[in-house]
Design a protein around this ligand. Structure first.
Ligand code: FAD
Ligand code: DHB
Length: 391
C-alpha cells in the first residue's frame, strides 16, 4: 500500500489531521489499535477553546457542536467559602470556551472522514514505524491476522502518550522535560442536572475540586486524590460527601447528587519532547506532550499541533516548500511551553501539596484573591483559558 501521509492514532490529533489534509487534497490513512466503538465512547476531556471551536465550524465538522455544545462566557473560582466569576468574553473581546465532550469530537471527525471516503483501519496490532530518515518511511502492522506495509511520504505519530512512534526515534535525538505531580484526579460523570451554568474550580484545605458538565442532565466532577488512589475505597457515597465538603459555599450552593455513570482516576504530569520530529516522522498531541488537566488544555493543544502540521505538509506538496516542515517543531513548541506554563500555574495555585504549611496556604489564597479581583490578573487568566491566538 502507498499513501502520502500515514497517521498513527485516531484520537483528536490524528483524526483532525486526516480531515485537514483531505480538505487540501492530500491523501492519508489512519491506523488505530482500538475499536471504533471504544474510541467513540472513551470519556476524557470536555472543554474546547475558542480556536478549536472556530476550526471545527470553519472546516465543516461543527454542526452537532453548534447544536449541543454549551458556550460559557465565564468561569468561577471558589475559595474561602465564596465563588468569584471571571467574565471571559468581556475580558477577551468576545472569546469563550465551549463544553463539548472529546468523544463527540471524535465521532464528528470519524463521520466526516468516512463520509468523504477516508481510509481508516481500526483494531490494528503490532504496529511499527520504519526507515524514518528516508524519503519513503514505512508503517507495518497486522490487521485481522494479516501483515500489512504502507509506504508513506510522511508519518504523523498521533498515538498518544503510550504510543510507539515517539520511542521509534533513535536514542539521544529527542530530549524529554518532565514534572510528575504528587496527586491525581478522581473524576465522575453523574446523572444530575448541573446546579451552576458555568465551571467552578475550587481551592479547599481538603484539596482541589472541579465542577463541570456535559449536558443539561449530566454533571462532570473531579476531586484531588492520591496518585495511587484505589477506586474500591471510593464508593459513590464517599465521593459525593467529599465533593460536597469541598465545593459547598457559604450561600448554600452545592452540586446536585445523582447516580454515578462513570468513575476513574487520572495521574497528572507535565511532559514535553524536543524536537517533535525525527526525519519524516512528525509527532503531535499527547505523543509529544502532556499537560496536567487543570486548565483543560490537552485536547486543544493536540488540535493546534495538527493545524500547524497540515499547513506545513500542504506547503510541501503545493509550493514545494520544505521550510515549514523544518520549522514545525519550533513553531509548535512556542505555544506548547506557554500552555505548559499555564497548566502548571493553575495546578500549583489550586492543589494541596504534601508538606504544604500555613505560608503556602496563605500564598495560594492571596493569588486566588488577586486573579479574581484585579482586572489585569483576571485578563491573564481569561486570555489563556479561552486559548491564546494561533500565530
Ligand atoms: P489520544 O486521544 O490519546 O489518541 C491517541 C490514539 O492513538 C488513541 O486512540 C490510541 O488508542 C491510539 N494508539 C496508541 N498506540 C497506538 C498504536 N501503537 N497503534 C495504533 N494506535 C495507537 N484533557 C483535558 O483537558 N481534560 C480532561 O479532563 C482530560 N481527561 C483525560 C483523561 C484521560 C484518561 C486521559 C488519558 C487524558 C485526558 N485528557 C484530558 C487529555 C486529553 O484527552 C488528551 O490531551 C487528548 O486525548 C490528546 O489527543 P491525541 O489525539 O493527541 O491523543
Ligand atoms: C473538564 C476537564 C478539565 O480538565 C478542566 O480543567 C475543566 C473541565 C471537563 O472534563 O469537563
Amino acid at each position: 500500500m502507498r499513501t502520502q501521509v500515514g497517521i498513527v492514532g485516531a484520537g483528536p490529533a490524528g483524526l483532525m489531521l486526516s480531515h485537514l489534509l483531505h480538505l487540501c487534497g492530500i491523501e492519508s490513512i489512519v491506523l488505530e489499535c482500538r475499536s471504533r466503538h471504544y474510541i467513540e465512547n472513551r470519556v476524557r476531556a470536555g472543554v474546547l477553546e475558542q480556536g478549536t471551536v472556530d476550526l471545527m465550524i470553519g472546516t465543516g465538522v461543527g454542526e452537532r457542536l453548534q447544536q449541543q455544545g454549551l458556550r460559557h462566557e465565564g468561569v468561577w473560582f471558589s475559595f474561602g467559602g465564596r465563588r468569584h466569576r471571571i467574565p471571559l468574553a468581556e475580558l477577551t473581546g468576545g472569546r469563550a470556551i465551549t463544553v463539548y465532550a472529546q468523544q463527540e469530537v471524535v465521532k464528528d471527525l470519524i463521520q466526516a472522514r468516512l463520509g468523504a471516503g477516508g481510509q481508516m483501519v481500526f483494531e490494528v496490532d503490532e504496529l511499527s514505524v520504519q526507515e524514518l530518515d528516508s524519503i519513503r518511511p514505512k508503517i507495518r502492522y497486522r490487521h485481522a491476522g494479516v501483515a500489512h506495509e504502507i509506504t508513506c511520504d510522511f508519518i504523523a505519530g498521533c498515538d498518544g502518550f503510550h504510543g510507539v512512534c515517539r520511542e521509534s526515534a533513535p536514542e539521544g535525538v529527542i530530549a524529554a522535560y518532565e514534572r510528575v505531580y504528587p496527586f491525581a484526579w478522581l473524576g465522575i460523570l453523574a446523572e444530575a442536572a448541573p446546579t451552576s451554568e458555568e465551571l467552578i474550580y475550587t481551592y479547599h484545605p481538603r484539596g482541589f475540586a472541579l465542577f463541570s458538565m456535559r449536558s443539561p442532565q449530566v454533571t462532570r466532577l473531579y476531586l484531588q486524590c492520591k496518585p495511587d488512589e484505589d477506586l474500591n475505597e471510593w464508593p459513590d457515597d464517599r465521593v459525593w460527601e467529599e465533593l460536597c465538603a469541598r465545593m459547598r459555599t457559604e450561600d448554600g450552593w452545592a452540586p446536585a447528587v445523582g447516580p454515578v455513570l462513570q468513575k476513574g482516576v487520572n495521574g497528572m504530569r507535565s511532559f514535553v519532547i524536543e524536537p517533535m520530529q525525527f526525519g519524516r516522522l512528525f509527532l503531535a498531541g499527547d505523543a509529544a506532550h502532556i499537560v496536567p488537566p487543570t486548565g483543560a488544555k490537552g485536547l486543544n493543544l493536540a488540535i493546534s499541533d495538527v493545524r500547524v502540521l497540515s499547513q506545513a505538509i500542504e506547503a510541501f506538496y503545493k509550493l514545494g516548500r520544505g521550510d515549514l516542515l523544518e520549522q514545525y517543531s519550533a513553531h509548535c513548541l512556542r505555544r506548547i511551553w506557554k500552555v505548559q506554563r499555564f497548566s502548571w500555574w493553575m495546578t500549583s495555585m489550586l492543589h494541596l501539596f504534601p508538606g504544604a504549611d500555613g505560608f503556602d496556604h496563605r500564598r495560594q489564597l492571596a493569588e486566588l484573591d488577586y486573579i479574581t479581583t484585579s482586572r489585569a490578573g483576571m485578563t491573564v487568566l481569561a486570555e489563556n483559558y479561552v486559548g491564546l491566538p494561533m500565530e
